[in-house]
Design a protein around this ligand. Structure first.
Ligand code: G6Q
Length: 551
């Protein structure tokens, strides 16, 4: 075995300096930083068109950022960014290029993989998607009994589900009213059964979205969906009611879908980075090709910003470095995402996959052990609702939880008072988390109380504050701003991966459980099969067999 290359950033002087700086500044309170510097917002905020990022409510000074930029330089961030853009195989364990940026490229862009230009094929698939979407949306694409399509069911999981699901929900104000968009990912039969409720086979289109076309969850759902269609229709109907999105033509053909109804993408697109590819077909069907182009243009705008802006003005770079600051140097374990927009309710789930599948790794890209914390646990929930649920812990718990607040300045829905109240809540939470409530303030509120009651209540009503947050204010949730937002997070994850020395583009960790499930499934079905697992797993299998056999 060749000697693995070493990750050594954590043994450099800049790493040590950041630790020192953290120790020297950790008692500093943001309330005081604001009081001392009337320019703090101007100093620590950036805008890019319709996006404003306020990162002034962080435990940072200008020195912190200087050191973090130095860390990014020491990790050769500029080189890695260029290597990704140039189509080098930076996904080293799978020897693949990482070119989701090409998926939102336009004619004339020079994206290449292995020295071969890729824009022509990207644009050709996009044009086929658009032609198909126009047919379905206009009612020209007919189901087996001559009626137009009224419902689209996307069958896919993970990267082949979360992106299109999020975008379709977020962009509902742009959606074609005549198309009912549904998504099925789970192997649990109730997901498909419920999604099909109320649908007619003759007016339903299925999209089988699977890059590998071997994913058992998706293929099992696709087979059941085909059976549902064929219970009402002749075999030829499959051609009118099933399309596939995949990189595997032969497997698509073997499943019985005509490759003429297949929209291709390539192995240089990771599943969780694929919403911009043919995997976005459901999004294009829903919002139309022109709005889908806006979605891509928003992402492209963020790409150009990420590639060109100096670190000190670079939104994804700063977002990433703030995450590194808390994760690595404060040892914060989690990071919360709070969208104040009902349409973005699935954003936390989307970012869980994007971030945790990319950077949830304990080994560096060349196999070296990383002896520091890497990717955080990402969690969150739509804003306001979460205030009535878990914000207690953010305000008065014992943990440091950096948060992202995402909020549109304008709503698509004509309930202005609702929107103003929503925005007020969002801003109020960032303020409360930052400033906290001091003893003097609480004493003022408790005036009139004394003795034991006061002693008991005072500490309970204190808010320590100093809980960091970034506010991402979008003018409105549009295809363009959603494209910017998602591309921003992709680049954030990339930057963090570079700093931690991780290959953010493979996911070996999801394989093992799948392997064991393949072994256990036949053991559940065959009660006589011998079991050789641990005592717990053996007992669970036996319990299932016994309960299943009961009437
Ligand atoms: C994403 C992952 C994973 C993948 C699903 C679906 O980056 O690789 O979530 O998207 O496992 O895979 P298929 O598209 O191949 O069915």
């Amino acid at each position: 075995m060749t000697q693995p290359r070493h990750y050594d950033l954590n043994h450099t002087s800049i790493w040590a300096k950041l630790h020192q700086h953290q120790r020297a500044t950790r008692h500093m309170h943001m309330r005081e930083l604001f009081a001392a510097d009337p320019q703090r917002f101007q100093r620590f905020s950036l805008s890019l068109g319709p996006l404003l990022m306020d990162y002034s409510k962080h435990r940072i000074t200008e020195r912190t950022l200087e050191l973090l930029f130095e860390l990014a330089d020491a990790a050769h961030l500029k080189d890695w960014r260029q290597r990704m853009r140039a189509g080098e195989a930076i996904n080293v364990s799978e020897k693949r290029a990482v070119l989701h940026m090409a998926l939102r490229g336009q004619a004339g862009d020079d994206f290449q993989v292995d020295g071969q230009p890729v824009m022509a094929q990207v644009l050709a698939v996009r044009a086929r998607m658009a032609a198909f979407a126009e047919q379905v949306r206009s009612g020209a694409w007919l189901g087996f009994d001559g009626r137009p399509i009224r419902a689209v069911v996307n069958l896919g999981i993970g990267g082949s589900d979360l992106g299109p699901l999020l975008a379709c929900r977020a962009l509902r104000p742009y959606a074609a009213a005549q198309l009912d968009m549904r998504f099925v990912a789970n192997l649990d039969g109730q997901h498909l059964a419920q999604a099909l409720q109320g649908l007619e086979p003759a007016t339903t289109l299925f999209i089988v979205a699977s890059k590998s076309f071997t994913t058992p969850e998706t293929l099992m759902n696709a087979e059941a969906a085909r059976a549902w269609l064929l219970a009402a229709a002749p075999t030829e109907a499959v051609a009118r009611h099933f399309v596939a999105i995949s990189s595997q033509t032969e497997r698509v053909r073997a499943f019985g879908i005509d490759p003429a109804n297949m929209f291709e993408f390539w192995d240089w697109v990771g599943g969780r980075y694929s919403v911009w590819s043919a995997i976005g077909l459901s999004v294009m069907l829903s919002i139309g090709p022109a709005a889908f182009e806006d979605f891509l243009a928003g992402a492209r705008r963020m790409d150009a910003h990420f590639l060109e802006a100096p670190f000190a003005q670079n939104i994804p770079v700063i977002l990433a470095l703030l995450g590194v600051w808390y994760n690595t140097f404060y040892r914060a374990h989690t990071h919360a995402i709070m969208p104040y927009d009902q349409g973005l309710a699935r954003l936390p789930a989307y970012l869980q996959q994007l971030d945790m599948e990319s950077n949830g790794k304990r080994v560096g890209r060349y196999g070296e052990t990383l002896d520091f914390d890497t990717g955080p646990v990402i969690w969150g929930e739509v804003g306001v609702n979460s205030q009535h649920a878990f914000f207690q812990l953010l305000h008065q718990g014992t943990r440091l939880v950096p948060c992202d607040f995402i909020v549109p300045m304008r709503s698509h829905y004509p309930l202005d008072r609702h929107h103003e109240a929503l925005v007020a809540n969002c801003f109020a939470q960032t303020e409360a988390l930052m400033r906290g409530k001091t003893e003097a303030e609480v004493l003022g509120e408790l005036a009139g109380l004394d003795g034991d009651t006061l002693d008991m209540l005072l500490p309970q009503k204190l808010f320590p504050g100093n809980q960091p947050s970034t506010t991402l204010a979008l003018d409105a949730i549009t295809p363009h701003t959603l494209g910017m937002l998602l591309a921003m997070y992709e680049h954030k994850v990339f930057v963090q991966g570079v700093i931690w020395g991780i290959n953010s583009f493979d996911q070996w960790g999801v394989e093992y459980g799948k392997q064991l499930a393949r072994q256990i499934q036949p053991e559940l079905a065959d009660a006589s099969a011998a079991l050789a697992h641990d005592a717990s797993t053996n007992a669970l299998i036996a319990h299932y067999r016994a309960r299943k056999a009961q009437p």
